[in-house]
Design a protein around this ligand. Structure first.
Ligand SMILES: C[S@@+](CC[C@H](N)C(=O)[O-])C[C@H]1O[C@@H](n2cnc3c(N)ncnc32)[C@H](O)[C@@H]1O
Length: 267
């Protein structure tokens, strides 16, 4: 990650911005399942002008879209999964079953969001071209994703070891499929998909061709696995908050890598 490669005149320069957030409300830890949403909402919400017309691509269960609607934005959410669309609709979100690369709406948008969806979407070149086409002039592209290629031995050791300890204590469901001695190989193997997931570098380079103003930041990401898989008990919220803080401080001190990726551009 410490390298920089010129792409169409734009450098792939990592910029570390951890974006810490306060997870305590009235001295109580935030609810475990709220933490990932809060982290994303804190970032995305700050980028949108009031009453923006927003397209969320790959909305999943629609939690972010619902939160943005509460903020006063007009959100159209799309997803390729029927189950996701149903869930989003149940939250009051205008959600459509739709593959983004075949999307042809009659309107354009002030902002287009991809939160953890872009690494799945193929062909990526078509997705980048369409995002450009569907944004109004001066519209904002926001991508929050992860870069599995950014993983390194100390970071994967922290992730798997902590998950194993919590699992052994009965506090977490197992989420790793560790097969060999080499945790990094297991991580890379676990992210081999058909079609392949896009790496951070690839998402960057394809978007940068369309959006010359593209900015790249890193952020925390691994806390999401814990928030998802910690078992429900009286200490879960406190444990989840502490893991979030721990990841942020290890990243800030350069002891583990930031696996989260945020890409931002103006059309
Ligand atoms: C990892 S989930 C992320 C969901 C949500 N944005 C979040 O952050 O929790 C990725 C989502 O992208 C959706 N997706 C994948 N490919 C897509 C495509 N071509 N068009 C629309 N949605 C897609 C999946 O169905 C899935 O709901």
């Amino acid at each position: 990650m410490g390298d920089s490669v010129g792409i169409g005149g734009v450098a792939y320069v990592p910029v570390l911005l951890v974006f810490r957030i306060d997870l305590k409300t009235a001295d109580k830890p935030m609810k475990t399942l709220e933490i990932p949403l809060h982290y994303t909402h804190d970032f995305v919400g700050g980028l949108l002008p009031p009453r923006s017309r927003v397209l969320e691509v790959g909305c999943g269960g629609g939690e972010l879209a619902a939160r943005l609607q509460q903020d006063g934005h007009h959100v159209l959410a799309i997803d390729i999964s029927e189950e996701a669309v149903e869930k989003a609709r149940s939250l009051g979100v205008a959600a459509q079953l739709q593959d983004f690369v075949e999307f042809a709406p009659a309107e354009s948008f002030d902002a287009i969001l991809f939160t953890r969806s872009l690494h799945h979407i193929a062909p990526l070149e078509r997705a980048a071209a369409l995002a450009f086409e569907l944004l109004k002039p001066e519209g904002t592209l926001v991508v929050e994703d992860f870069d599995y290629e950014a993983m390194d031995p100390p970071t994967v050791e922290w992730l798997y070891r902590l998950a194993e300890i919590l699992g052994a204590a009965g506090l977490m469901r197992p989420f790793t499929e560790q097969k060999g001695q080499d945790r990094l190989e297991d991580w890379i193997e676990g992210h081999r998909h058909d079609p392949p997931l896009h790496t951070g570098r690839r998402m960057w380079s394809v978007l940068a061709e369309r959006f010359p103003s593209l900015q790249r930041h890193t952020c925390c990401y691994l806390f999401r696995y814990f928030c998802q898989d910690l078992v429900e008990n009286a200490s879960r919220d406190e444990v989840a908050s502490r893991i979030f803080d721990w990841e942020a401080s290890l990243v800030e001190r350069g002891q583990i890598r930031a696996i989260g990726l945020r890409l931002l551009a103006r059309r």
